[in-house]
Write a new protein. Structure first.
Ligand code: PEP
Ligand code: MG
Length: 581
């Protein structure tokens, strides 16, 4: 039995067989072959190529059925690489002349091809290098007897163990086959963790050694509420977690009964609990948990879960389905926030040394106005079917907000000219997630219709702590006095200028912080829908005056540890059933 502790990234308990995601190339035999082994090795190579071709064909068929021919086509490139006569002949010749293994020769030949492609000026050829590397990984894995298994290929419900997973992989993973998720890397607010929470998958991240400790197919358990992962658990531990799992489900079921009750404090203060949404597939979960609208629709996942640019109509249909099914409740659609840890090679997002300080959020949209205008057209068209607000990510201040606003006005005018029905006014807001937007909030608040505090990035940029770096996860502290002061300043500016101030980072879904955030003056939360019942139970049982005095006490404290102690002591005393059971 091996027990590992990491960062609790998404609540719930998953128990089942481990599916280890191989991220490295399989090892190859680099010894010299006996002359009599050459023919057999050549045959083994031909068979490996044929088998890989067959498995890529199957994958292609599945994708064609699930998401259409358009997506399936990308696998034609891989089939073509597998059929490439030059690579085939060169490998067969190298096996014979150098008397080295098929894996050794094929790896060298395809690595050279990929390197040449990477140096090409043309983006298209550079992109093909990725396909070549993927094919190489497949063939080497086949030759070494290890089957590379993408999450799409899962046939039995499993616990996913990986070094790290790109958010797009998480978006494509079949929900019914994923029991839980454990990674070596990542922090609570990495986008992969956010996806897990959004999709209700128990997850623990930042485990450092999960991939080393896990064995393919062995039994494992992920306790995403407590941040614990156990491989090969003994009977006692297994039974204990099965009990916890049942309790989690029972509690969740009773809380779902809360869904039609409003979130109102004892003294009558109404708090709006909206949901964060990544993909339209999450809508039923959002409705079941009683969200008061969508406070943050992260549209980038629509772009990340595909391999080609979505058309205006494809986007319009996706947005419209969300807007229509939530109407008349509000939906805040955030424009594309790629960059940082969210890449899509077809979008041409550059490789950067400091991606979180690079071309991300509204900066990308202002540079790629063509994409931005298409997205705005789709959003504005969908806005005719409900209550839509548009929000821009990574706004630094008035300049980028104004530029975006001008483009919205132009797109609106063009749509009206074409006779397309759109609302008279769609409110425009800014994410407050950079220190710059906090310092300049008095300026921004005069021109925006609303703001939403993105604490995931605000904490990262205020404290200069990478949100996804598990080695420094301890100093990524939401309760740092600087963060509390930033939130307080934004709330005050909002009051002064009469604009709505929401909060949509992960902090909004943390039960321990709920009363403090209310006390700081926030009444508009947006969070993972699965956390709404618990936050609602807590806020309904509290009084705005006690929340305000907790916030006042915390704002007077000097260190994050002091604030944490104060908040923990308060919450344990007031809500023992939530924190001490
Ligand atoms: C945030 O930064 O808090 C936020 C909500 O945006 P994202 O997590 O998508 O960067
Ligand atoms: Mg952000």
């Amino acid at each position: 039995m091996t027990t590992l502790t990491g960062i609790a990234a998404s609540p719930g308990i998953g128990i089942g067989p481990v599916h280890l995601v191989e991220s490295h190339e399989a090892d190859v035999n680099d010894g010299v072959l006996q002359p009599e082994a050459v023919a057999g090795e050549q045959e083994r190579f031909r068979a490996a190529i044929a088998a890989c071709r067959e498995s890529v064909r199957k994958l292609r068929d599945t994708i064609a059925l699930e998401t259409g021919e358009e997506h399936a086509r990308i696998f034609d490139t891989q089939i073509a690489i597998l059929q490439d006569p030059e690579a085939m002949e060169q490998t067969l010749a190298a096996i014979a002349t150098e008397r080295r293994s098929a894996g050794y020769c094929y790896r060298r030949i395809l690595t050279a091809v990929a390197s040449r492609l990477e140096e090409a000026d043309d983006e298209y050829y550079r992109e093909r290098a990725l396909d070549v590397r993927d094919v190489k990984r497949r063939v080497l894995a086949h030759l070494s007897g290890v089957t590379p298994r993408g999450l799409r290929d899962l046939t039995v419900p499993s616990l996913i163990v990986a070094a790290d997973l790109p958010p797009s992989e998480m978006a494509l993973a079949p929900r019914d086959k994923i029991l839980g998720f454990a990674t070596d890397l990542g922090g609570r607010t990495s986008h992969t963790a956010i996806m897990a929470r959004a999709r209700g998958i128990p997850a623990v991240v930042g485990l450092k050694e999960a991939t080393e400790a896990a064995r393919q197919g062995a039994v494992g358990l992920v306790d995403g509420t407590r941040g614990v992962v156990v491989f090969d658990p003994d009977e006692e531990v297994l039974e204990d977690h099965r009990r916890k799992q049942r309790r989690f489900e029972e509690v969740d079921a009773t809380r779902a009964a809360l869904k039609d009750q409003r979130c109102v404090t004892h003294d009558g203060v109404v708090v709006r609990l909206g949901a964060n949404l990544e993909i339209p597939e999450e809508l039923p979960g959002i409705q079941d948990h009683g969200a008061d609208g969508i406070g943050l629709y992260r549209t980038e996942f629509f772009y990340l879960s595909r391999q080609t640019l979505p058309t205006e109509d494809a986007q319009y249909n996706a947005y419209r389905s969300v807007v229509e099914s939530m109407a008349p409740k509000p939906v805040v659609i955030r424009t594309l926030d790629v960059g940082g840890d969210k890449f899509a090679s077809y979008l041409g997002t550059p490789e950067e040394r400091n991606p979180f300080l690079g071309l991300r959020g509204i900066r990308f949209s202002l540079q790629r106005e063509d994409l931005f205008r298409t997205q705005l057209r789709a959003i504005l068209r969908a806005a005719a079917f409900g209550n839509v607000n548009i929000m821009f990510p990574m706004v630094l201040g008035l300049e980028d907000f104004r530029r975006a606003k001008v483009i919205v006005a132009e797109v609106e005018a063009a749509l009206r000219n074409e006779g397309v029905a759109i609302p008279d006014h769609v409110p425009l807001g800014a994410m407050v997630e950079t220190p710059s937007s906090v310092f300049a909030i008095d300026l921004l608040a005069r021109e925006v219709d609303f703001v939403s505090i993105g604490t995931n990035d605000l904490i990262q940029y205020t404290l200069a702590v990478d949100r996804g770096n598990e080695a420094i996860a301890e100093i990524y502290e939401p309760l740092h006095p600087a963060v509390l002061r930033a939130i307080h300043a934004v709330v005050n500016a909002g009051k002064q200028h009469g604009i709505r101030v929401g909060i949509c980072g992960e902090m909004a879904g943390e039960p321990l912080y709920a009363v403090l955030l209310l006390g700081l003056g926030l009444k508009d939360f947006s969070l993972s829908p699965y956390l709404i019942p618990e936050i609602k139970t807590i806020l309904r049982a509290c009084d705005s005056a006690e929340a305000a005095s907790l916030a006042e006490e915390c704002l007077a404290l000097g260190t994050p540890a002091d604030v944490r102690e104060q908040v923990t002591e308060f919450m344990h005393r007031r809500f023992p059933e939530h924190f001490l059971a």
